[in-house]
Design a protein around this ligand. Sequence first.
Ligand code: PRP
Length: 211
Amino acid sequence: MRYLTFALAKGRLARKTLDIFEKIGITCEEMKDPDTRKLIFTNEELKLRFFLAKASDVPTYVEYGAADIGVVGLDTILEEGRNLLEVMDLGFGKCRMCVCGPESAREVLKRNEIIRVASKYPNIAKDYFNNKKNQTVEIIKLNGSVELAPIVGLSEVIVDIVETGTTLRENGLDVLEEICPLSARMVVNQVSLRMEHARIQKLLTDLNTVL
Ligand code: PRP
């Protein structure tokens, strides 16, 4: 039997995923060691391999078949636009993709002017403004702490993830428009789904009993 390889977005999603896998009898003890610098872990009995990757790289590994299966947020899936099959909503990591800014930007948004939008998600931001709202905007790509942008005058608004809303609140910003709800998804390589259909189907069935 060949290994079935999983790419997990490192951080909270990976920890949550491993918790759920444990409930269906899939364990990977060596992955739990918080001090390990190892990148790939195997379960020899079940012929499974797991690796942790930066979230935005997970769809890439799955599209090319270097991983058969990936677990990653819908935000990353939409942003990366890779060719893969989304097979399950895991229901955790729930949050929302939103347009945020100071209350004063609400009016600016309505005026249909060319505004600046800062985001870690330039493709999602572009798609939302150009295709859903028919509005031309200037997108500024940032890599983190995006909430800073409207505060220091880099942009009028941001497109970012809102989970609890604490980051916005503590920085005097609000949700101005909601783009879409988000959560962790399981994605599968197109060829893997055909070649390993029975094993993947069993995994999905088992997961459904605990989710
Ligand atoms: C995310 C997101 C927001 C924050 C939202 O950032 O970009 O900043 O979490 O969560 P909240 O609504 O519960 O406050 P992350 O922690 O991933 O760090 P980053 O800003 O450096 O990307």
